[in-house]
Write a protein that binds this ligand. Structure first.
Ligand SMILES: Nc1ncnc2c1ncn2[C@@H]1O[C@H](COP(=O)(O)OP(=O)(O)O)[C@@H](O)[C@H]1O
Ligand SMILES: [Mg+2]
Length: 212
């Protein structure tokens, strides 16, 4: 079940198009090229040039992830012009990079403490490389430190990652979890990036020698 918070969305895409929101410049937001973050009181508006959150929305739907922020897709815009596009343009599992912008509203969250951030960056970011026994131990460790629900969510997100690894990479490091400021609950912000492996086929080269 996704977050029970309902977000008011009325007229926000129009306000975004009218440049009505101020960009937030924090050190961590500056580290990203594919996301711009804008202030909207208790919410943020996210302008994304990547399909990462779309895969996450798909995982939330199919794997029943609970530790999620409240967020909604406001609409899809052309990459450069301020043209509103039909959201049907979004296609998962195609290897296509979006040349459009996805505009979301999300509840405003706060960053983890240094210690929590380090735990996820050092121990959980590499989860996909661990053998089953070590992955199991890490998940138990997550459960001890942060509770059963988060551990189950991460297990399910990891499963979704493995089922979709032609298209996405596992990216659950410390900057990609945040806390709800009112309750300090931990939520998963952004667990995947797109898989950038180019699937160029070297056999198409003129001078390619087939191994005999
Ligand atoms: N809901 C939010 N509340 C506050 N800051 C946010 C929120 N969502 C994103 N940010 C800021 O933007 C940064 C990048 O967001 P993220 O969704 O992880 O994008 P990317 O896909 O580019 O990594 C975060 O590290 C954080 O600093
Ligand atoms: Mg991120």
């Amino acid at each position: 079940m996704a977050s029970p918070i309902t977000i008011p969305t009325e007229g926000l895409l129009e306000r975004f198009l009218a440049n009505d929101f101020e960009q937030i410049f924090c050190e961590k937001c500056m580290n990203t090229f594919l996301t711009n973050v804008y202030d909207h009181g208790d919410y943020v508006i996210l302008e994304k040039f990547s399909l990462g959150l779309e895969y996450y929305r798909d995982a939330i739907k199919h794997k029943h992830i609970q530790s999620t922020p409240a967020f909604t897709l406001l609409g899809v815009l052309d990459g450069f012009k301020n043209e509103v596009l039909n959201p049907d343009i979004i296609q998962l599992r195609t290897h296509e990079e979006p040349d459009y912008r996805l505009i979301y509203i999300m509840e405003k969250l706060t960053h983890l403490s240094e210690a929590d951030e380090q735990f996820f960056t050092n121990r959980v970011h590499g989860l996909n490389w661990l053998d089953e026994a070590k992955r199991h131990l890490t998940l138990e460790w997550i459960e001890e430190k942060y509770g059963l629900v988060l551990a189950q969510d991460i297990r399910q997100l990891c499963r979704y990652f493995r089922e979709n690894q032609d298209y996405i990479e596992w990216d659950l490091h410390g900057d990609n979890l945040m806390r709800r400021p009112q309750t300090q609950e931990l939520v998963i912000l952004d667990p995947y990036t797109l898989n950038q492996t180019d699937d160029y086929d070297y056999r198409l080269e003129d001078d390619y020698q087939h191994p005999s």
